[in-house]
Design a protein around this ligand. Structure first.
Ligand SMILES: C[S@@+](CC[C@H](N)C(=O)[O-])C[C@H]1O[C@@H](n2cnc3c(N)ncnc32)[C@H](O)[C@@H]1O
Length: 215
């Protein structure tokens, strides 16, 4: 086993941002991020260019979504390295998470982190979303960097309870994705469709979220 120095502190978010997002669970977030920095590239979880921006672009971006979560059962579709699923499970111990991920190596990483960080609020399911057998269904679903809305909504809507909510982290292309998803949104009877900006009140890059209710 190789040991490596922890990430330099300069790569961490401003203390005010870290406290706002993680409170007294910042050490867990730090342990997760440092482990991802050490082993993520070797395990095929992150590219080498992501290392210096793990906190800013990935961990903080994921944690911003915590503000929209309610106590209940939240599914994270295509968790990969645990973004946003593991980060949110750290930030919101009052919420139960199901991380849905098909790739064996990524599932092994997710299970290992669940155990290392003692995240009792995490269940890992190895499946593609369209094949996942969930019981009960989800109160909310998250996803980040999985696929465009026109493909993502049909994968996730069948996993939701009636009245459940989709809260997908999205980039600058969200308006175009939304326009291309009009038919799918109607077909799956989504209501209260909106784009929410998160993080504008913090000293960090804000993020866009697609939010909608499944009838
Ligand atoms: C580009 S990665 C993004 C991972 C992570 N969400 C992030 O933001 O870094 C996409 C992930 O979605 C997973 N994925 C692809 N198709 C999927 C599907 N149909 N159901 C569930 N997960 C899927 C892939 O295995 C991969 O881990």
């Amino acid at each position: 086993m190789t040991s490596a120095a922890p990430l330099p502190e300069s790569l961490e978010p401003e203390p005010s941002v870290a406290t706002a997002l993680f409170g007294d669970r910042i050490d867990l977030a730090r342990a997760f991020t440092n482990d991802l920095a050490r082993r993520g590239e070797e395990l095929g979880l992150i590219g080498p260019l992501e290392l210096p921006r793990l906190w800013t672009r990935h961990v903080v971006n994921s944690a911003l979504l915590a503000a929209l979560l309610r106590p209940g059962r939240v599914g994270d579709i295509g968790s990969g390295a645990g973004l946003p699923g593991l980060v949110l499970a750290i930030a919101r111990p009052d919420v139960d998470f199901v991380l849905i991920e098909p790739m064996e190596r990524r599932v092994a990483w997710l299970n290992e982190q669940k155990s290392l960080l003692s995240l009792d609020n995490v269940e890992v399911v190895r499946a593609r979303a369209e094949e996942a057998q969930l019981s009960p269904w989800l109160d909310q679903a998250t996803a980040r960097a999985v696929t465009a809305l026109s493909k993502l909504i049909p994968l996730v809507a069948p996993l939701m309870k009636s009245g459940g909510e989709l809260v997908f982290l999205k980039g600058a292309s969200v308006e175009a994705e939304l326009a291309a998803a009009t038919k799918v949104i109607r077909k799956h009877r989504l209501t209260d469709v909106e784009i929410v900006m998160l993080g504008e009140d913090l000293d960090t890059e804000p993020t866009r979220v697609f939010r909608a209710t499944v009838d």
